[in-house]
Ligand binder design. Structure first.
Ligand code: SF4
Length: 158
């Protein structure tokens, strides 16, 4: 075996390694892309595995109140997967408006501070994962219904 031959083999091996690494990177990128923006499927959380770009950090979305009188950081949080998330129950418990003197009191709770800290570390419930993921397919799916016929007339993905 000549030195040139061995060098060629090593060079080819390096190229092969690089191409495998690139293929693994592309696969991971595909897996990390959030495509489930609909409600009612399997519960999923952001666990630091995807990058979040929270609209609520930029004042690009308003606080909201559920029909149960619970203050939430935005209306997108009011989805079953988020509201039933066991890790959100403590947060929701301290956010009942009637149990507090002011909205400010709720915003100052350690649960709200923890929630914001978690978001900054890319951790959050399903609503945040689907609404505020940096790499996402859609941020919102809006359906126009013909309520008399019960038919979807138009679907818009934003
Ligand atoms: S979905 Fe979550 S991260 Fe996005 S604006 Fe609402 S609370 Fe903030």
């Amino acid at each position: 075996m000549t030195k040139d031959f061995l060098e060629n083999v090593i060079e080819e091996q390096k190229l092969l390694d690089l191409s495998m690494k690139e293929s693994i990177r592309q696969k991971e990128e595909r897996l990390n892309r959030v495509t489930d923006n609909s409600l009612g499927k399997e519960p999923l959380r952001a666990e630091g595995d995807i990058e979040l770009d929270p609209l609520c950090f930029k004042d690009a979305i308003a606080l909201a109140v559920t029909n149960q009188g619970v203050l939430i950081p935005c209306c997108r949080m009011d989805d079953p997967k988020t509201m039933n998330d066991p890790l959100m129950q403590d947060f929701l418990k301290v956010s009942v408006i009637n149990d507090n003197n002011s909205i400010e009191d709720i915003l100052k709770t350690k649960q709200w501070k923890q929630f914001a800290d978690d978001l900054s570390r890319n951790i959050g419930p399903n609503a945040c994962r689907t609404t505020c993921a940096k790499k996402k397919k859609y941020t919102q799916v809006v359906e126009w219904m013909d309520t008399e016929k019960g038919e979807t007339k138009h679907v818009e993905k934003k």
